[in-house]
Design a protein around this ligand. Structure first.
Ligand code: HH2
Length: 279
């Protein structure tokens, strides 16, 4: 255990990691699985992002392409048009913004508009130019585990031995990032809940978080409103899954998660405050 604690990074992206960070989800899309269309207009997106920062979000994660199972890709030009107004407004007001994208040109446009962090569900595998871009910009990056693409990932969830395979595949993406010149301290890792994982596999992954922490990078956990939360809660629709999502986020925090990617910022911030006061 001492070894594990020694290897846990103390900070990431300029944040002190002695408490879990809250990353608010802002999908500027017409088709995201739980909030599609709600923030598609720039004014609505900006207002929602400001409300998250006021509620205590450390980071607002802005995405212009849904990655729900079966989602079709969006052209980068359209993705950039969707995300840049919200990035400019929120970063211009002093908020820390991450860009949730698989495309290098969108990463570049978002960083130019003031985003500070790149969050890539393909772990920089989708776009051959992405790793060099992140290395050149020197920005923090989240590398998430996935197999296939959002269109195909549901057919790629067969594992002989779930945790060791995902650990090895995520470590390989981390090693590719290091080989591209990305600094080790810039990297956060994410097991990728719901991405090429079926119901109970997500539960097994959550329970195995300490093994992911042993990779030596901060862990980001994105369980908010995902299908397995709805299943565990008893067939609950996506928009009604925040209480179950918070329960899973607190469990993840207790197992070493450093960054919690959530829809319900206010609820998560309050729950974390109480949980921290009691532990
Ligand atoms: N999940 C989603 C999108 N981006 N990034 C990371 N690092 N980890 C995740 O688990 C993750 C992510 C999917 O959720 P959401 O953004 O709510 O929906 P959609 O992809 O439909 O926009």
């Amino acid at each position: 255990m001492a070894d594990r604690a020694d290897r846990a990074p103390a900070c990431w992206a300029g944040f002190d990691l002695s408490r879990p960070l809250v990353m608010g989800i802002l999908n500027v899309t017409p088709d995201s699985f739980s909030d599609g269309g709600r923030h598609a207009a720039p004014e609505a997106a900006i207002a929602a992002g400001r409300a998250m920062l006021e509620a205590g979000a450390d980071i607002v994660d802005i995405g212009g392409e849904s990655t729900r199972p079966g989602a079709a890709p969006v052209a980068s030009e359209e993705e950039i048009e969707r995300v840049v107004p919200a990035i400019r407004a929120l970063a211009g007001g002093g908020g820390v913004v991450s860009i949730d994208t698989r495309n290098a040109v969108t990463m570049a446009a978002a960083l130019d508009a003031g985003a500070r962090i790149v969050n890539d569900v393909s772990a920089l595998a989708h776009d051959p130019a992405a790793a060099a871009l992140v290395a050149a910009r020197g920005c923090p990056v989240v590398l998430m585990h996935m197999r296939g693409t959002p269109e195909t990932m549901n057919d790629a969830a067969d594992y002989a031995d779930l945790v060791p395979e995902i650990l090895a595949e995520l470590a390989a993406r981390r090693d590719a990032a290091l080989a591209a010149g990305i600094a080790p301290e810039a990297i956060a890792l994410d097991p990728g809940f719901g991405f090429a994982k079926r119901g109970g596999q997500n539960v097994d992954l959550l329970r195995a978080l300490p093994r992911f922490r042993d990779l030596g990078h901060p862990l980001l956990i994105g369980v908010s409103r995902k299908r397995f939360i709805g299943e565990l809660a008893g067939s609950v629709a996506p928009a009604l899954r925040d209480p179950g999502s918070i329960a899973a986020a607190l469990f993840a925090a207790s197992r070493g998660a450093a960054i919690l990617r959530v829809h319900d910022v206010a609820g998560t911030v309050q729950s974390l405050r109480v949980w921290r006061a009691l532990t």
